[in-house]
Structure formats: C-alpha cells, structure tokens
Ligand binder design. Structure first.
Ligand code: CP
Length: 312
C-alpha cells in the first residue's frame, strides 16, 4: 500500500489503513533496517531539508538519522543563522529552498497550520514535525507503534492522556490515531488545561488522575507547555505535581502492567516522578527508538515506496 497523500500534515486526515500501513512499514524497517525485499538505500539521490523553527532533541535527530539510514542527503536548516533574521518571511524562505529541488521538507513551527501553508507553497513533499498546538503526527505514529509492539494491537486498548491537553499537539494527534484504530481514550488534567471541545473528539474527560488511570492499559504523561500558554494556568508547579503528577503512590491506582509513556522532554518531579519515568513500566526510551523507524517509514512511503508484506 502507498499513501494517498503527497504530504504528512496530520493524523486527522489519514485513514486507519494508512496509519496501519505506516506502522507495518516502520515495524519491518526496525526489524530489517530497510524496507522488506528492497535495496538498503532506497532514498539515494533524494534530498531532505529539516526546518526546525522550534527547539527539538528527539524529533530533529531522528528525522536526520532516518533520512541518512535510507541513503538520502539530509540538510539541517539553522533558522537562527538564516536570512529570517534579516526579515525574510517563511514563504520566501521555503520557495528559495524549493529552488534547490529538495524532495522532502520537514518543518516544525510554532504556528498551527504552518506545515499546510508550506505544502501549498512548494513542490516537495512536506512532513509536519509539530505545528503549534495543532498536530505532531510522527510522534503519534511512534507512540502507536510502541503500544502495538507491547500489546499486539491498538484495537480495544484503554489509554489515559494526562496533563496539559489544551496546548498539546501530541495529545491531539494521539487522540486521532488511537480512536481511528479502535482504542478508547481518556484525558485528565486541571480544568484550565482541558479544552472545552475535547469531548467532541470522542474522548472521556476526567479531572481526577486516580479515576482516569484506573483499569487503563497505557498512561501517557504530558509536559506543561508554558511556551504556548498566554498566562499561567496553575498556582504553582508544586501544586500541579501534588494533584496531577504521576508518582508511585498515584500509580498504585492503575494496573500492575500499565505502560507508562511520555513524548519528552520530561520535567522530572512535575508531571512524572523520576522513579516512575525510570521504572519497570516505562516505555519512554522505547518511544525514542521507534521514532527513527517511524520516520524512515514516512520518508520511504512519501517518496513513493510501497508497504511490503510484513508478518506480525
Ligand atoms: N517529543 C518531541 O517532539 O521531542 P523534541 O521536542 O525533543 O523533538
């Protein structure tokens, strides 16, 4: 199966079949280091440019590794030393980069819709590496892969997403992906961090973490995104940790084998304690490992590759 779209802008617009196809391709790449039955450098001769207008450790590094592992030329655009400091707009920046004939642009930007805006302006395929509080599709795909690897299937899973739902592109992309693949999603956090429309996305809402995590298969903790908040929505981080942070005491309300996930970066002692982040139920570093395979799969499929037959 190939992707029906030229760009990967969000999970909302993907079908369940397309999501599963990306996960299957990523799984085979993780196992075999390359697409099944294909040459080891399927993107040789292709050019990928990473444009990160917001900071990143995991996403940018794994996109770079993914492109290189498939044989592509990968350039990291450093916006702090670019001509944007001389007043060049995002549109002028990307049409000038397009003039160098890249095949894929990966963009992270603080503005919701920035990736879609760039996709309208260029001929290259565009991958959204996070646009404001809107979507972070490859993060959701790597999260889905991590859950599927551990539990065998997303269908029927009960997942609790905890924390700053209102400002989280990770939450939004995961809600789309999980519900499309048949999971049930709960969200919990302070009332100031739960958007009023969230139930329209088909999730259950809780203000008590203890109630939200009872009986779930997966707990996903989120960082408080102060950089996106117009004003402080909490009295203090200490109070947030006390009432909403995931620590061992609170975790006693969940199943013994619950998966603990976090997209990173983590703020230890705020949304998650060190003991839980580093504990036996944590899959946080497995998520990072799966990020490379998922981004390889996205590059491969957007470049016209087909998902091979992969046994699970
Ligand atoms: N999860 C995530 O997007 O991490 P980075 O901000 O480090 O890329």
């Amino acid at each position: 199966m190939t992707l029906s779209t030229k760009h990967l802008l969000g999970i909302e617009t993907l079908s369940a079949e397309e999501i599963s196809s990306i996960l299957d391709t990523a799984q085979s790449m993780k196992k075999e280091g390359a697409p099944p039955g294909k040459e080891s450098s399927p993107l040789a001769g292709k050019t990928i440019i990473n444009l990160f207008y917001e900071s990143s450790t995991r996403t940018r590094t794994s996109f770079e590794l993914a492109g290189k592992r498939l044989g592509a030329d990968v350039l990291n655009f450093d916006f702090s030393t670019s001509s944007m400091s001389k007043g060049e707009t995002l549109k002028d920046t990307v049409i000038n980069l397009q003039a160098m004939n890249p095949d894929i642009l990966v963009i992270r930007h603080s503005a919701p819709g920035a990736a879609a805006f760039v996709a309208e302006a260029v001929d290259a395929s565009v991958i959204n590496a996070g646009d404001g509080a809107h979507e972070h599709p490859t993060q959701a795909l790597l999260d889905l892969l991590t859950m599927r690897e551990c539990r065998g299937s997303i269908q029927g899973l009960l997942v609790a997403i905890l924390g700053d739902i209102a400002h989280s592109r990770v939450a939004r992309s995961n809600i789309w992906g999980l519900t499309k693949l048949g999971a049930t999603v709960r969200v919990a956090g302070p009332p100031t961090m739960i958007p009023p429309y969230i139930e329209n996305m088909g999730v259950e809402m809780f203000y008590s973490v203890e109630e939200a995590i009872a009986d779930v298969d997966v707990i996903m903790c989120l960082r408080i995104q102060r950089e996106r908040q117009q004003k402080y929505l909490l009295p203090s981080l200490e109070e947030y940790a006390k009432f909403f942070g995931l620590n061992h005491e609170r975790l006693a309300h969940a199943k013994k084998d619950v998966m603990i996930m976090h997209p990173g970066p983590i703020n230890r002692g705020v949304e998650i304690s060190s003991a839980v982040a580093d504990g036996k139920n944590s899959f946080i570093l497995e998520q990072v490992t799966n990020g490379v395979a998922v981004r390889m799969a996205c590059f491969y499929l957007l470049a016209g590759g087909r998902q091979g037959h992969v046994a699970h």
